[in-house]
Design a protein around this ligand. Structure first.
Ligand code: CP
Length: 316
């Protein structure tokens, strides 16, 4: 594997899922693979799980790890070419990426959507610029449009907990007062498409995702109908893609409660975290036996380890 920006960089998804499960069973089997190599983790946005799980996975593989909060620990970075840099950003990505590429063998980046200009967000400029100027493998720690390390952890979790050969997986929109990116939902759709699952997406009208991510997913606007017989309910809020970045409704009837989960086939609840309790999901679900959110978050370490291992194998 050269880069890990999306599912398109994965040649064998099943192999990657198995590799993650094997890393969980034996975390230090490849503890010398990254010896004398360095990974730089660059965060343009906050993180708990991604930061710690990727640091741990890298350490399990023997990598040196550098973590940087861009704009706080470092200079603010200008991404546009040919601009007069008379604003707040003191360094251009051309120099920053080039020198980071000398210090690090792998660069991993988190940079969210700004939700102001859809074309700009969906162009993924930060990642494209680092890919162009760093000349080392780039790993996506959540971009404007995707969160593939989360999606791989989600696939691992579904494989671990499924009790049917072809489970029904429902991605449901959840209410929230703040505009959030589509990245996790897009990515989950992208990764569910090749999985052996019946994949259903439910959201209020106006929240349709980019069709290129939805793929073969069946869209049902009636949440109760969509949840019927579900084995896994994957909750997430996202702002509108069509009315870009807007919050069109906060309808509390879309919150996941035990009454909603009772419509499923003894289904399990998943969410990438963080989440606001009793806004998106009721305490009774999160604190009950249906919730997989902690298992899912713990699997972030193994998804990161599986991906970093593939990249290191490509370097050695
Ligand atoms: N799920 C996830 O990416 O969590 P963090 O934002 O805390 O990294």
């Amino acid at each position: 594997m050269k880069h890990f920006l999306s599912l398109a960089d994965v040649s064998d998804l099943n192999h990657l899922i198995i590799s993650g499960i094997e890393a969980k069973r034996n975390p230090f089997a490849d503890e010398t693979l990254g010896k004398h190599k360095t990974i730089g983790l660059m965060f343009f946005n906050s993180s708990l799980r991604t930061r710690i799980s990727t640091q741990k996975a890298a350490a399990n593989l023997g990598l040196n790890v550098i973590v940087m909060n861009v704009g706080q620990d470092s200079w603010g970075l200008e991404m546009e070419e040919g601009v007069i840099m008379n604003g707040t950003k003191a360094e251009h990505v051309k120099e920053a990426a080039a020198i980071m590429g000398r210090y690090c063998n792998i660069i991993a980046i988190r940079s969210f959507a700004e939700l102001e200009d859809r074309d700009k967000d969906y162009a993924e400029t930060v990642f494209q610029q680092f890919k162009k100027y760093a000349e080392v493998p780039i790993v996506n720690l959540e971009s404007a449009t995707r969160h593939p390390l989360q999606s791989l952890a989600d696939c691992i979790t579904i494989e671990e907990f499924k009790i049917k050969e072809r489970p029904k997986v429902v991605l449901t929109w959840l209410p929230h007062f703040k505009a959030l990116p589509q990245a996790v939902a897009n990515s989950f759709c992208e990764w569910m498409n090749p999985m052996n699952v019946e994949f259903v997406i439910t959201h209020p009208e106006g929240y349709d995702l980019d069709p290129k991510f939805v793929g073969k997913g069946q869209v049902i606007y009636d949440q109760d109908k969509a949840l019927e017989g579900a084995d896994f309910v994957y909750g997430k809020n996202w702002s509108s893609y069509t009315h870009y970045g807007q919050v069109l409704t906060q309808d509390p009837s879309w919150m996941i409660t035990e009454a909603k989960m009772a419509l499923t086939d003894n289904g399990k609840f998943m969410h990438c975290l963080p989440l606001r309790r009793n806004m998106k999901v009721a305490d009774e679900v999160l604190d009950g036996p249906r919730s997989l959110v902690i298992e899912q978050a713990a699997n972030r370490e193994w998804s990161a380890q599986a991906v970093l291992k593939e990249i290191l194998l490509g370097l050695n």
